[in-house]
Design a protein around this ligand. Structure first.
Ligand SMILES: C[C@H](O)[C@H](O)[C@@H](O)C(=O)CO
Ligand SMILES: [Mn+2]
Length: 421
């Protein structure tokens, strides 16, 4: 290993030229929570006691890498391994389908008691918990959920949403940290329907009922996640971007916000370009950081242009602290602990790289009309020595410098994952 401290000192001198406080950047990156999705660990299968665990709702995992977690204990153990190598504040993000009970519990019956093991574990680890109603992978979700024209089915899913908000409050009470709840429904149509508003009016009414019935709930924030299409819902989604944005804005409640998933837009649309416009109107946004490859493929988050641009935009807008950052990917073709570690480290690294830029100086250049210097600065910091600061930060946090973590995860794979059938 090279001299990490020496590298950090050199980088510090480089950044000092531009007035960037490296230690402050590390501090902010370290204290900004990233919500780590549990569903990478078992290919979104969940822990419900049921025969059919197939993934529906127009989302897909591909690959059959050995060693996926088969129960809550294994999933928590795997999460813990990955968490060792992800520096900074982490929350863990659960779907309702990760309930733990001795017998089958249907979605309209989920309750706080089914998440006691998760809450005990989170308290022991000192992490917060976020939550998601699971409006998919269920016989009653095949046609539609919150927008269903069948009142019995719609009622079933409304009850699920209501119960999930109560579970969110339970997580808040146990961990002392706000529980961010995300609502995503797969409702949509393969062909463009004749009646495009009816399903939306029903979905709007369903959300209204969920929030009205739980208006006493405290300690939660609710994101409404939009999506442009899904497999089998290529032409129309009920919860489109316009629907979700309009719902969140019109709700006029501080706790109902928009969720932007980086894989849920047309391929040439980028979330980074939406943030500045939305923050002119809202106080908070929930982000699902993913990597769409040609479609909403949910590849592992990369340290790529868009992830970096999102973080740069949040820093420049001074909205990092107002944005709930969550990861959302599921790759079944590689070691799942590596998937988490790589994706979450990249998310944090992009955040740190964004914080290591002289934003005030760049704003000043722009304000004075010096657009040539603005471009020169933007380009300069693309290749600035942030990785030396990153390595130092990982060393400080005992999170594995460079690829140190890989050998240890491989050892865990050989010892623990390989023996799972
Ligand atoms: C598991 C899903 O990815 C998640 O609930 C949702 O956020 C989504 O992005 C569906 O495409
Ligand atoms: Mn998502």
């Amino acid at each position: 290993m090279y001299d990490v401290k020496q590298g950090y000192e050199a980088a510090k001198a480089y950044y000092a030229q531009f007035g960037v406080d490296v230690d402050e950047a590390i501090k902010v990156a370290n204290e900004t929570p990233i919500s780590m999705h549990c569903w990478q660990g078992d290919d979104v299968a969940g822990l419900e006691k049921k025969e059919d665990t197939s993934l529906t709702g127009g989302i897909q995992t591909t690959g059959n890498y050995p060693g996926k977690a088969r129960n809550g204990e294994e999933l928590r153990a795997d999460l813990e391994v990955a968490m060792k190598y992800i520096p900074g504040e982490i929350k863990v993000n659960l779907h309702a389908s990760y309930l733990e009970a001795d017998t089958f519990v249907d979605r309209n019956e989920v309750a706080p008691e089914h998440f006691k093991k998760w809450a005990d574990w989170a308290v022991e680890k000192g992490v917060g918990l976020d939550f998601n109603p699971t409006y998919f992978s269920h016989p009653l979700s095949e046609k539609a959920t919150l927008s269903s024209a069948d009142e019995e089915i719609r009622k079933f899913w409304i009850q699920h949403g209501i119960n999930c908000r109560r579970i969110g409050q339970y997580f808040y009470e146990r961990t002392g940290k706000t529980c961010v709840i995300n609502h995503w429904t797969p409702d949509g149509d393969k062909e463009f329907p004749i009646d495009t508003v009816g399903p939306r009016l029903r979905m709007k009414d369903s959300y209204d009922q969920i929030f009205e019935a739980t208006k006493d709930v405290v300690g939660v924030m609710d994101g409404i996640e939009s999506k442009v299409f899904g497999i089998g819902a290529e032409s129309y989604t009920v919860g489109s971007h316009e629907f979700s944005m309009a719902y969140a804005l019109n709700a006029r409640k501080d706790n109902i916000i928009m969720t932007l998933d980086t894989g849920h837009f047309h391929p040439t649309e980028v979330v980074s370009a939406k943030l500045g416009a939305l923050y002119a109107f809202v106080d908070h946004i929930l982000l699902h950081v993913s990597r769409p490859v040609r479609w909403d493929s949910d590849h592992v988050v990369s340290f790529d242009d868009e992830t970096r641009a999102i973080m740069e935009e949040l820093v420049r807008l001074n909205r990092l602290q107002d944005t709930y950052i969550a990861t959302d990917f599921f790759d079944a073709s590689i070691n799942r602990i590596c998937a988490w570690t790589i994706g979450l480290r990249n998310t944090r690294k992009a955040m740190l790289a964004a914080l290591l830029q002289p934003v005030d100086k760049m704003k000043e250049l722009e304000a004075t009309g010096d657009v040539s210097a603005r471009l020169a600065f933007k380009e300069e910091f693309k290749a600035a020595p942030f990785s030396l600061v990153w390595d130092y930060y990982c060393a400080q946090q005992n999170a594995g410098v460079s690829l140190d973590w890989l050998e240890e995860v491989k050892a865990y794979e050989a010892e623990i994952l390989k023996v799972r059938s």
